[in-house]
Ligand binder design. Structure first.
Ligand code: A3P
Length: 303
């Protein structure tokens, strides 16, 4: 089954999800060749759910004894260069990339749904940190992102907002359907809370300190009393805050993976920006979708 994403990007249905065609080969190589270590940490998300932010937080939490905050590599390097995407970076150029020398614990990211992750990743003790976001905000963010990218390297005509939204509600978008993506990781987090930590963008925004502590505990690196007293949790959240990262020279000017400008990863960073772009009817339509898909799962999204 084939489809085009809202920006014309060709996608095929693979093991239940909409796989951008260019991801298929890297995905197969990843499934075949990835050898997880128990110490690995993999950050998973639907695109535009807060991946860049979580990368910065995770990197800072894990490396907090390696660099003082004011010398953090985040100040000079884009988050995506510090935490590699498995299918969009590691396996794009090589079928069997050398990942032996990635600093320990190795941090990776993925937009792939749980059901297609390499067996080795599922069967090892490595940890998965998942972030989800209110799908209305995520849709708006994705659309802005595609519109900006579109100007540099168009796949085709961008669909009008209403059409793209309807496709989105029907699960037709890169790495979608989003409800299935969310539920895969949500259910895994209920079944095996030591393996999967499920976070929400909105919670992180409301109370970053508590999620930073939660992430640190989950990955086995809880903050000590002295660290807490010294205000390290707050310093990490401040370093990774939207305003701080957006205004760094590297994120204003640099380019990621040869094509995407770093600044495209920092737009507004707000909760509820969808009201400025979508109608109340569209929100109602989304609520129906969520009710049909999520009822009974225990997962409630803040929309
Ligand atoms: P908006 O377009 O709504 O502003 P991803 O990193 O998964 O691609 O998601 C990008 C979204 O996260 C964008 O949302 C971006 O602005 C927002 N974002 C990036 N860095 C952030 C940060 N440090 N804090 C909060 N939001 C951030």
């Amino acid at each position: 089954e084939q489809q085009r994403n809202w920006d014309g990007l060709p996608m095929c249905k693979y093991q239940g999800f909409w796989c951008p065609i260019f991801i298929l080969r890297p995905l197969l190589s990843f499934q075949r060749n990835f050898k997880a270590r128990d110490s690995d940490i993999v950050l998973a998300s639907v695109p535009k759910s807060g991946t860049t932010w979580l990368k910065a937080l995770l990197f800072s939490i894990v490396n907090r004894n390696n660099f003082p905050i004011d010398q953090s590599p985040l100040l000079t390097t884009n988050s995506h260069k510090l935490v590699f995407s498995l299918e969009c970076f590691c396996y794009t150029k090589h079928d069997n990339p050398d990942l032996e020398n990635v600093p320990q614990p190795r941090l990776f990211s993925t937009h792939l749904p749980l059901q297609v992750l390499a067996n080795s990743l599922i069967n090892s003790k490595c940890k998965i940190v998942y972030i989800c976001r209110n799908p209305l905000d995520q849709f708006v963010s994705e659309r802005h992102f595609l519109l900006k990218k579109q100007r540099d390297k168009p796949y085709g005509e961008m669909l009008p907002l209403e059409e793209a939204f309807e496709l989105f509600c029907n699960g037709v978008h890169a790495f979608g359907p989003f409800c299935d993506h969310l539920l895969g990781y949500w259910n895994a987090s209920l079944e095996n809370p030591d393996k999967v930590l499920f976070l929400k963008y909105e919670d992180l925004k409301r109370d970053p300190l508590s999620d930073v502590k939660k992430i640190a505990e989950f990955v086995g690196l809880p903050f000590s009393e002295e660290e807490e007293k010294a205000g390290l949790v707050g310093e990490i959240s401040k370093l990774c805050s939207f305003d701080k990262l957006r205004d760094l020279e590297v994120n204003k000017t640099g380019v990621h993976a040869g094509t995407v400008k770093n600044k495209f990863f920092y737009r507004k960073g707000d909760v509820g920006d969808w009201v400025n772009h979508l109608t109340p009817e569209m929100a109602e339509r989304m609520k129906e979708v969520l009710e049909a898909k999520l009822t009974g799962s225990g997962l409630v999204l803040d929309i």
